[in-house]
Design a protein around this ligand. Structure first.
Ligand SMILES: Nc1ncnc2c1ncn2[C@@H]1O[C@H](COP(=O)(O)OP(=O)(O)OP(=O)(O)O)[C@@H](O)[C@H]1O
Length: 252
């Protein structure tokens, strides 16, 4: 069994609005393993993003604990959580939040300089990452608005990776992309996972979900089921069938 990188104990998240309480996450006990490509699926409104935000320290749970390696992060102050996120987490969202007032290289450099002052090291690492995600050199000096959606998202992945995070949190990373760009982005995520990067991804999309080796199904505030697909292999019919029958069983 792989090492547990992230775990929750009795995790609850409740939102209150206009006197109504909505219990979104209910006593969740969950382990996430280092090196896995974990996918969170479930019906709309099930709390998938809420869970991702809690796991990554972007939001605090109402009750329960979250442990990252051996450290309890659910007790940290907002400032401490910001440091935790910067040091350990990378984020890839549906909306690509690259600043359009600077080149994509400068976006990546700016993220890297938050943790290190060694500009030369960061630059070398950025170049290596841009190459590994297949983003041609001509793109590096462009603004994100000058790139295709897929190119911009791959630049976003480089930015997420620049500080060598222990986990990448991805929330519908292909949600705004056409099919070809989605494939490029998914290939990139698959590649970085194969190099050992732990990834947790929320998605509605079957093509995206297939990239995971472990699929969790969140419903009514709990993990209703999980499915182990093993490492991603393109065109592996057995994996596809396993995932499809799991999702049918879950009522997806
Ligand atoms: N900050 C908030 N304040 C109040 N309610 C919230 C807040 N964030 C999320 N919710 C509610 O929590 C529920 C779960 O939202 P969440 O975005 O986590 O679901 P999801 O499973 O990711 O949905 P989708 O698949 O549609 O993106 C929704 O009913 C949502 O309205």
């Amino acid at each position: 069994m792989n090492e547990i990188i992230l775990s929750t104990q009795k995790l609850c998240k409740t939102f209150s609005s206009q006197g109504n309480q909505q219990h979104i996450l209910k006593n969740l006990d969950l382990n996430i393993y280092r090196g896995d490509f974990t996918v969170i699926m479930g019906p709309s409104g099930a709390g998938k993003s809420t869970l991702l935000y809690a796991l990554s320290g972007m939001d605090k749970p109402t009750l329960g604990t979250i442990q990252f390696s051996n450290k309890i992060i659910s007790d940290l102050s907002n400032d401490q959580l910001a440091i935790f996120r910067r040091q350990h987490c990378g984020f890839v969202f549906q909306q690509i939040y690259l600043l359009d007032t600077m080149s994509v290289m400068d976006n990546v450099m700016a993220a890297g300089l938050l943790l290190s002052h060694n500009r030369k090291d960061i630059l070398n690492r950025a170049i290596q990452l841009f190459k590994s995600v297949g983003l041609p050199k001509s793109c590096w000096s462009q603004f994100s608005s000058q790139l295709s959606g897929g190119e911009a998202q791959r630049a976003g992945i480089v930015r997420a990776l620049i500080n060598q995070p222990e986990i990448i949190f991805a929330d519908e990373p292909t949600g705004q992309l056409n099919s070809a760009s989605s494939t490029d982005v998914l290939n990139t995520l698959t590649k970085v996972n194969q190099l050992g990067q732990s990834i947790i991804m929320v998605t509605h999309d079957l093509q995206s979900a297939r990239r995971g080796n472990r699929i969790l199904y969140l419903q009514d505030g709990v993990i209703r089921g999980e499915c182990h697909l093993g490492p991603y292999q393109p065109n592996n019919q057995k994996r596809h069938e396993l995932l499809t029958s799991f999702l049918i069983e879950m009522g997806w």
